[in-house]
Design a protein around this ligand. Structure first.
Ligand code: DGL
Length: 352
């Protein structure tokens, strides 16, 4: 079963990152519409057209379900998407209801793109709430994220100036109504009074995905294998997140003894971990594994992903992701940037 995530850009990686942590053995597709980001300042009609193209591409690539990991595309195009495709399409809405239910004694501040804030969908959602809900469009934050500018003086100055328009001391929570805003949780926390909670709505979206698929996704058995742990890329350009100074690292084995890599010829290991040398991978396409007992195990990797025109990455928990920027596979440099985004999101995860 293939599950696709779609966003205008890199914001939806925040939802994907959580899915990688929560599920196991899943095949994911990720589509960032890098040719057309940002969506939040475009017309509704344009976003409908772009979203239909993106989801059409994903369905043609075998998606059995699509998560629109973008509040803006959900606001503009969810009905059209559901009308056009027979696979389940899960949308993403600002979690203002959760905020109201949890911290509704005080006002909620929703930050989102201009299109989401002006949308009828949000007006209906907020209209049903008892809680006082303020909203603030922050289109520049999308651009900062796309430019990998997360906590620069310019970002801080922009957020300070925009948030100063509100009586922050009165707030109960801040709702991130745009998936790109997940990259800024630390800076937002610095600026907001300490009692204000930040709510992102990712869990609710993944809960809906899981219930929509009725058991089609396996949970990662409560194991928390962070995405910054050992990661394997089936391409020749393998990047390891090794912390050791020796250039070697630990590979995490799944419970059933199989390695969490997309490889053939893996033999059973009776220990929890193997040591491996990245240099062996660079030298030839064979990866040598050494169990703690000293016996050699060999792994054959699939053909280089770039040659095959595929940018698929394998992660712990036996999950894999095939990445697309608009309809193109990513090159090694772009995949490296995705790593930076995922690491940043990993660090932001602890905040609220
Ligand atoms: N990440 C998107 C969202 O959740 C939109 C960002 C944009 O392209 O403007 O709303």
């Amino acid at each position: 079963m293939k599950i696709a995530f779609f966003d205008s850009g890199i914001g939806g990686l925040s939802v994907l990152a959580e899915a990688l942590r929560r599920f196991s053995g899943a095949e994911f597709l990720y589509f960032a519409d890098e040719d057309h980001v940002p969506y939040g300042t475009k017309s509704r009609a344009e976003i409908v057209r772009l979203s239909l193209d993106a989801v059409g591409f994903l369905v043609a690539h075998g998606a059995d379900a699509v998560v629109v990991a973008c509040n803006t595309a959900t606001s503009a195009a969810i009905s059209e998407l559901r009308g056009a495709f027979s696979v389940p399409v899960i949308g993403m809405e600002p979690a203002v209801k959760l905020a109201a239910d949890s911290f509704g004694a005080r006002p909620t501040l929703l930050i989102a793109t201009p299109l989401t804030i002006a949308g009828e969908k949000l007006a209906r959602l907020v209209g049903r709430l008892e809680c006082e809900t303020w909203s603030l469009p922050l289109p520049r934050l999308v651009e900062f994220a796309q430019d990998l500018e997360f906590d620069s003086p310019a970002v801080r100055a922009y957020l300070r100036e925009e948030l100063a328009k509100f009586e922050l001391e009165r707030l109960g929570s801040l709702v991130l109504g745009c998936t790109h805003f997940n990259y800024f949780k630390d800076v937002l926390h610095e600026i907001l009074p300490p009692h204000v909670r930040i709510i992102d709505g990712i869990d609710g979206t993944l809960n809906r995905l899981a219930s929509e698929l009725g058991g089609g996704l396996k949970l990662a058995c409560g194991e928390d294998l962070p995405s910054r742990a050992t990661k394997f890329n089936t391409g020749g350009d393998i990047k390891f997140n090794a912390n050791s100074q020796t250039g070697e690292l630990d590979a995490i084995l799944e419970r059933d003894g199989k390695l969490a890599v997309n490889a053939r010829g893996v033999e059973q290991c009776d220990e929890d971990k193997c040591r491996m040398s990245p240099r062996a991978v660079a030298a030839n396409s064979q990866l040598k594994l050494y169990s703690r007992g000293g016996a050699d195990l060999s792994l054959e990797f699939e053909p280089r992903s770039e040659e095959a025109g595929i940018s698929r990455v394998n992660y712990p928990n036996g999950n894999s992701v095939e990445y697309f920027y608009s309809s193109r596979a990513l090159d090694a440099a772009q995949l490296h940037k995705v790593e930076i985004f995922l690491k940043r999101l990993d660090a932001m995860r602890a905040i609220d």
